[in-house]
Design a protein around this ligand. Sequence first.
Ligand SMILES: [Zn+2]
Ligand SMILES: [Zn+2]
Length: 265
Amino acid sequence: MRICLLGSGSSGNSALVAAGETRVLLDCGISGRETVRRLREIGEDPSRIDGIVLTHEHGDHARSLGVLAKMLDVPVYASTATLGACRLGERLKEIRRGEEIVAGSDFAIGDLVFHPFSISHDAADPLAFTFESRGCRMGMAVDLGRFDEVTAARFRGCDALVIEANHEIAMLRAHPKYSWNLKMRIWSDRGHVSNDQMAAFLERDFDDRAQHIMLAHLSRNTNLPELARQAAIVALQKRSPLLSADAERRVKVARYDAPSDWIRL
Ligand SMILES: [Zn+2]
Ligand SMILES: [Zn+2]
């Protein structure tokens, strides 16, 4: 199993998850043309995608749903509330639906089994996922206000994690162009996870199993890749002082404007 984030952050999110002959796009918040271009850049044939899975309806995750579902001619796996909130209008009729996603109910696409679970975020039915194939398991949660018990429990036993590290609190507080309301939205339990919250999760609730940790959905305005990376590394080192040299190797940071490194299990 392998995963590559084609792009991550408020300008657009999409990830390719592959196992065996199966290839799934997780979210489609990057334009159709650019998604296809980035798929080719990472050596993937867009015509071999088997489906699109949606986490929630926000534009940075679902912007090109109508275009990509048609262009790639693939089914869309989403909860009914999320698909309704995408406001596709007439284009909804053109979308071929895969299985309806219900939080807590597993579904399969080819060689991949997905387990969706609810997270705290200001969307109609926001979901995060673990996905498995042939005994390997990955977990991915971005766009969540906090790491609650459900997320921490689902992430136990994962071999790789993609987790949000949206902002550095001091940078968010000081940002001159963000309104107070926007700052409060991002800060809230239904907004986005800070570097500190991500690090607290790694230090306290992480089971220390995943050898690959990809930090994702970093804000271009209120975070820096190296700040997020260092926060994660320090947290891992506090958790396992004897393996401190290992922490640097385990942590990667996704990019907003280009594909990430691959995680391969
Ligand atoms: Zn987002
Ligand atoms: Zn969102």
